[in-house]
Design a protein around this ligand. Structure first.
Ligand code: DAH
Length: 339
C-alpha cells in the first residue's frame, strides 16, 4: 500500500493541465468519491494494525498534496486565461455611480429659468469686489453699518478690496457699461463675517434681478414678483409686500409668500403667521441710476434680491444651513429625484 501511495505522490507531483476540462478530469480521477485516493481510503481498513499509523500519515500526505496540486493548477490556469483573453474594453472597471446636482444649483437653475421666461438674461460679476461696486455705487452712506468690519470681509492689504456682501454689486457692474433697456438676473455667492451655525454661514448665495427702462413702475415689479412666486411655489401661492428700507431702492419692500409648508394655516416654519419672507425689492433709487451713468429723468427701474438657501429651505425643508457646504453624499443623494 505504501508503494501505491508513493507512486501516486510522484504522479501527482508531475501533473499538468492544459484546459479546464483536463483539470476537472484530474480532479475526478484523484479527489472525487470514486477517485484513486478514496479507493485507498477504503482499503485502509485492511491495513494491519502495526502499519496503520505509518500508512495513515502517508495517505493524509497524499490527500493534502493532491488537493494543493489541483488548486495550484487551477490558479495558474486561471491566471493564464486572464492574460490570454483580450480585455473587454467596453466593460466598466467598477460600477460608476452618477452624481447628483447640488440642491442650491437645482433651485438656482429654476429661478433663472423662471426669470428668463420674462426676458431676463444672465449677468455676472466678481466675488472679490471693491467698495465702490458693493457699497458706494449702491448709494450706501459713508458711515452705513453694512460697511462695518463685523459684516464685511476685507482683503487685508487693501481696505478697499472686499468679498462682496450681496449680489447687488452686479447691478452696478452692468449699469456702468450698459444703457437701458436692462433686464438681468445675477446668481452668485456672497460673503458675510458671521459666526457659522445652523441658520447662518459666512458664505451663501443670492439671486439679484434688475430691470431698467422707460416707464418701469412698481406695478411691473409686483406682477413679476407674483409670477415668480407662483411659478416657484405653485399657482395657489399668495404674496404680500411690506414697506422696508434698502439704500439702493426707494420705495423698498420685503416680499412674503403664503407659507408653502402649511399652506398658510400656520406652522413652526412660518412661526404660526402663515407667511414667510423670501426677498427684498424696490424701485431703483435715482441716485443709483445716476451714480452708474444712467439718466434718472429718462429711466426708472426695479430690483430684487433673494437668498437661494432660503428658497431651497422652503422647497425642501433643509433644517441646517451647514448641510449645503459639507459635501455629505448622503444628503446630496436625497435630491436625486429633483435632478
Ligand atoms: N442686497 C440685499 C441684501 O443682501 C437684497 C436686496 C434687497 C436686493 C432689495 C435688491 C433689492 O436688489 O432691491 O439683503
Amino acid at each position: 500500500m505504501i508503494e501505491k501511495i508513493e507512486q501516486l505522490i510522484s504522479e501527482i507531483n508531475n501533473l499538468k493541465a492544459q484546459s479546464a476540462e483536463e483539470l476537472e478530469s484530474l480532479r475526478l480521477k484523484y479527489l472525487s468519491k470514486k477517485g484513486a485516493i478514496n479507493d485507498l481510503m477504503a482499503d485502509f481498513r485492511n491495513v494491519p494494525a502495526e502499519s496503520k499509523r505509518e500508512v495513515g500519515q502517508k495517505l493524509n500526505e497524499l490527500k493534502n498534496l493532491a488537493q494543493e496540486k489541483i488548486n495550484s493548477l487551477k490558479e495558474a490556469f486561471e491566471a493564464k486565461k486572464a492574460v490570454d483573453e483580450k480585455p473587454d474594453l467596453t466593460r466598466t472597471a467598477y460600477p460608476i455611480e452618477l452624481g447628483t446636482r447640488h440642491p442650491l444649483n437645482i433651485v438656482k437653475n429654476e429661478i433663472i429659468e423662471i426669470f428668463s421666461r420674462l426676458g431676463f438674461v444672465l449677468a455676472d460679476g466678481p466675488e472679490v469686489e471693491d467698495d465702490w461696486h458693493v457699497f458706494s455705487a449702491m448709494n450706501f452712506a459713508e458711515d452705513h453699518p453694512a460697511r462695518d468690519m463685523q459684516d464685511t470681509f476685507f482683503v487685508e492689504a487693501h481696505p478697499d478690496i472686499i468679498l462682496r456682501t450681496h449680489t447687488s454689486s452686479v447691478q452696478s457692474r452692468v449699469m456702468e457699461v450698459t444703457q437701458p433697456p436692462i433686464r438681468i438676473i445675477c446668481p452668485g455667492r456672497v460673503y458675510r463675517n458671521e459666526a457659522i451655525s445652523y441658520r447662518a454661514h459666512c458664505f451663501f448665495h443670492q439671486v439679484e434681478a434688475l430691470y431698467v427702462d422707460k416707464n418701469v413702475s412698481f406695478t411691473d415689479l409686483k406682477q413679476v414678483l407674483l409670477y415668480f412666486a407662483q411659478q416657484m411655489f405653485g399657482p395657489d401661492t399668495k404674496i404680500r409686500l411690506r414697506p422696508s428700507y434698502f439704500p439702493f431702492t426707494e420705495p423698498s419692500a420685503e416680499m412674503d409668500i403664503s407659507c408653502n409648508i402649511c399652506g398658510g394655516k400656520g406652522c413652526p416654519f412660518c412661526k404660526g403667521t402663515g407667511w414667510v419672507e423670501i426677498l427684498g425689492c424696490g424701485m431703483v433709487h435715482p441716485n443709483v441710476l445716476e451714480l452708474n451713468g444712467i439718466n434718472s429723468k429718462e429711466y426708472t427701474g426695479f430690483a430684487l434680491g433673494m437668498g437661494i438657501e432660503r428658497i431651497t429651505n422652503l422647497k425642501y425643508q433643509v433644517k441646517d444651513l451647514r448641510m449645503f457646504s459639507e459635501n455629505d453624499v448622503r444628503f446630496l443623494k436625497e435630491f436625486e429625484a429633483a435632478n
